[in-house]
Design a protein around this ligand. Structure first.
Ligand SMILES: Nc1ncnc2c1ncn2[C@@H]1O[C@H](COP(=O)(O)OP(=O)(O)OP(=O)(O)O)[C@@H](O)[C@H]1O
Ligand SMILES: [Mg+2]
Length: 562
C-alpha cells in the first residue's frame, strides 16, 4: 500500500508559511511590498504589541476586484507574472503569489479593498479558512489587518525574540523599503506612537535625513556615474561615522533592496583608506539597470541578487566612491618628514598622537613603578623607518612597534577605567547632542538605565548631560558609537565585552590622525608605560609590540656561528 500522500493545501500553506513568515517583521515586509507593487503613493503601517496583536497596512494603490480579493489568498496566485518570459523581466517586488496565502494561514486577516469606479468590500480569513465577506467603506486602495499572528501555530512563538528585537526588525524593514522608494510617502507607528514618516517627494537626501536623522547627513558625499546602460548613484555618509557591522551599507537595484557580497565589499573597498580596521561605513547605493541583467529569483526572501556583469560593476563602484571621498577633506594625514633632535629625518606613520597619550603616560607614571619582568632592561639606540624603536642589551637587539605599544598602553588604561565601578560622573553644563542615527537613539532610550550605571547620562530629549570622568570629551562620539553597535550586536549590554570593545576602539582611535614625532623623553615614557602593562607583548588586536633578535641569531645571519 502506498504511504505517500499529497498534503492537504491548508497544511502545505502552513508549512510554506514558515519560509515567508517567521516573525512580524516579515509580514510587514510582504504587506508593504504588495502596497508598493499596487502603485501606491502613500503607505501607512500601524503595529500593535510588536505586531503580535495587530498589524495594519493601508495603501492608496489600485485595489482589487472581488474575485481577485479571494484569489489573493490562494497559493501561487499572482497578478504579477504569467509565464517564464515574465520571470526574466521582473518589475515588481512580489511574483511568487505566496505571501498572502502564507500570512493568512497563520493569522486572522481582513482585507478591505476598493478599485477606482468600484465599491469597497471586505473579506476575512482565519487560519487560511474563509470566514466572511461584506461591504466596506474606504478610499481607493487596500487596507490589510493581520491579527493574532501564529495563534494556530504556537510552536512559532518560541522564535519570537524580545519585544525590542521584534520592533527593531520591523523598523529595519520599514527603513529599507522607505529608502528604496523615495517617491512614496510612508509612515510607521507603533502602539499609536509615530516612529517615522517620509515625505515621498523623491528627494533622497531628505529621505536619509528622515530615516537616519540629520546628524548623519552632515558632510554627506553624493556621486553619480553611468556605465553600460547602468546608472549608479552613491550617497556616502562621512567616514567619520562608522559602524561595527556592514549592515548599514544599503544597495538598491531598480528600487529593490538587495544583498550582494561582491558589491558590499566594493563599497567597503572604496572607503578603505578612511576607516579603521573592523569598521564599516554607512552608504546608500542606487543602481538602475536593465532587469534582464539580474536574477532575483535565487532566494525565497528575494534579497540575494546576482548580476551578469558583477565585477565591472564592483570596480566602477569602488573607484567612484574613492573619487567622491577624495574630493572632500577628511582627517587623513600626509606622510610628512619630521626632523628629530639628531637631525635624522624620520617618517612617522601615525596610529596615535603623543599629545593625546601624554595624559595617559603621565597618569600611568604616577603609579608605583612596578616593572614588568617580561620586558627586559635595555638601552635605546634609535628609530628605524619612523616606526620601530631600537633597543639593545647583552642578549641582543629589540625592535618595538611604537604604535602597537601605544595601543596596548591605551587599551589597558581604558580597560581598567571602564571596569572601575566607583567612577564619578562629569556633568556637562551645556547638554550635547551626539552624532547618532535615529535607530541609535531608540537603542539609547531603551538602555538608558544601564548606560547611567556606566556614567552616561541622557536627558528626555536624549541629549547627553553627563559622561564618565575617565572619558575625554573628544572620545565621546567614538565611545557612543561603540556602545550602540555593541547593543545592536549583543541585544544588550554585557559589561565585560563592552569594556573590551570600547577599550580597543578608543585605543586604536587616531589611527588616521596627524603626524607626531617621538622624542627621547617620550621613548622613555613609552617604554616604562609598556612595562606596567599586564600583557605588554601584543597590541589589543594581537600584533606584536616587541620583537627580539638575539646575539646568536644575528651572528648566525652573518655566518659567524653555525
Ligand atoms: N495591497 C494590494 N493592492 C492591490 N493588490 C494586492 C495587494 N496585495 C496583494 N494584492 C494582489 O494579491 C496578489 C497576491 O499577493 P501575494 O503577496 O500573495 O503574492 P505576490 O505579491 O504576487 O507574490 P509574493 O508571494 O512574491 O509576494 C498579488 O499578486 C496582487 O494581485
Ligand atoms: Mg506580495
Amino acid at each position: 500500500m502506498s504511504i505517500i500522500k499529497i498534503l492537504d493545501p491548508k497544511l502545505a500553506n502552513m508549512i510554506a508559511a514558515g519560509e515567508v513568515v517567521d516573525r512580524p517583521a516579515s509580514v510587514i515586509k510582504e504587506l508593504i511590498e504588495n502596497a508598493i507593487d499596487a502603485k501606491s503613493t502613500a503607505i501607512s503601517v500601524e503595529v500593535f504589541d510588536m505586531g503580535m496583536k495587530k498589524m495594519v497596512v493601508t495603501d492608496d494603490g489600485i485595489g482589487m476586484d472581488k474575485e481577485d480579493a479571494h484569489l489573493a489568498f490562494q497559493r501561487h496566485a499572482t497578478s504579477k507574472i504569467k509565464d517564464e518570459i515574465d520571470l526574466n523581466h521582473i518589475h515588481t517586488l512580489g511574483f511568487r503569489g505566496e505571501a498572502l496565502a502564507a500570512i493568512s494561514s497563520v493569522s486572522k486577516i481582513s482585507l478591505k479593498t476598493r478599485q477606482k469606479d468600484g465599491f469597497g468590500f471586505e473579506v476575512i480569513y482565519h487560519g487560511g479558512h474563509f470566514v466572511e465577506e461584506k461591504t466596506a467603506s474606504l478610499n481607493v486602495g487596500t487596507i490589510i489587518e493581520v491579527e493574532d499572528l501564529f495563534y494556530n501555530t504556537p510552536a512559532r512563538f518560541k522564535y519570537i525574540k524580545s519585544d525590542f528585537a521584534e520592533k527593531q526588525a520591523i523598523i529595519d524593514i520599514f527603513d529599507r523599503l522607505a529608502l528604496a522608494n523615495p517617491k512614496i510617502r510612508m509612515k510607521l507607528s507603533m502602539d499609536d506612537k509615530l516612529i517615522k514618516e517620509t515625505y515621498g517627494n523623491g528627494d533622497f537626501y531628505l529621505l536619509i535625513d528622515q530615516i537616519y536623522g540629520q546628524q548623519i547627513t552632515k558632510n554627506m558625499t553624493i556621486v553619480h556615474d553611468s556605465i553600460q546602460k547602468m546608472n549608479l548613484s552613491c550617497y556616502l555618509i562621512s567616514p567619520q561615522i562608522s559602524r561595527s557591522k556592514r549592515k548599514d551599507i544599503s544597495i538598491f537595484v531598480n528600487g529593490r533592496y538587495i544583498k550582494n557580497y561582491v558589491l558590499t565589499q566594493a563599497v567597503i573597498e572604496g572607503y578603505h583608506s578612511y576607516m579603521m580596521i573592523n569598521k564599516y561605513p554607512i552608504a546608500f547605493i542606487h543602481i538602475d539597470m536593465d532587469p534582464q541583467l539580474i536574477d532575483v529569483n535565487v532566494h525565497p526572501q528575494k534579497y540575494e541578487v546576482k548580476f551578469v556583469n558583477e565585477s565591472v560593476l564592483a570596480y566602477t563602484l569602488t573607484t567612484l566612491i574613492q573619487k567622491g571621498l577624495n574630493k572632500k577633506s577628511h582627517p587623513i594625514p600626509d606622510q610628512k618628514v619630521i626632523k628629530l633632535e639628531e637631525e635624522k629625518p624620520i617618517y612617522v606613520q601615525p596610529s596615535f598622537t603623543f599629545e593625546e597619550t601624554k595624559l595617559i603616560l603621565e597618569d600611568s607614571s604616577k603609579h608605583d613603578k612596578q616593572n614588568n619582568p617580561k620586558i627586559p632592561e635595555f638601552d635605546y639606540i634609535g628609530i628605524f623607518s619612523g616606526t620601530y624603536l631600537l633597543f639593545q642589551n647583552q642578549d641582543g637587539l629589540f625592535l618595538m612597534d611604537q604604535h602597537a605599544a601605544m595601543e596596548r598602553i591605551r587599551y589597558e588604561h581604558y580597560f581598567k577605567a571602564l571596569g572601575n565601578p566607583t567612577h564619578t560622573v562629569k556633568q556637562h553644563i551645556v547638554s550635547y547632542q551626539p552624532t547618532l542615527t535615529r535607530h541609535d537613539f531608540l537603542r539609547i532610550e531603551h538602555y538608558q538605565k544601564e548606560l547611567e550605571k556606566m556614567g552616561y547620562y541622557f536627558n528626555k530629549e536624549l541629549e547627553l548631560t553627563g559622561i564618565p570622568t575617565w572619558l575625554r570629551e573628544d572620545e565621546i562620539e567614538l565611545s557612543l558609537q561603540t556602545i550602540v553597535s555593541m547593543l545592536e550586536e549583543q541585544k544588550g549590554i554585557d559589561l565585560s565585552i563592552l569594556r573590551d570593545h570600547l577599550a580597543k576602539d578608543i585605543s586604536c582611535k587616531g589611527s588616521i590622525r596627524a603626524n607626531q614625532h617621538i622624542n627621547r623623553k617620550e621613548v622613555d615614557a613609552l617604554v616604562s608605560a609598556l612595562r606596567r602593562c599586564e600583557n605588554p607583548y601584543t597590541c589589543p588586536h594581537g600584533r606584536p609590540t616587541l620583537i627580539k633578535l638575539s646575539h646568536y641569531e644575528i651572528e648566525k645571519m652573518f655566518k659567524r656561528v653555525l
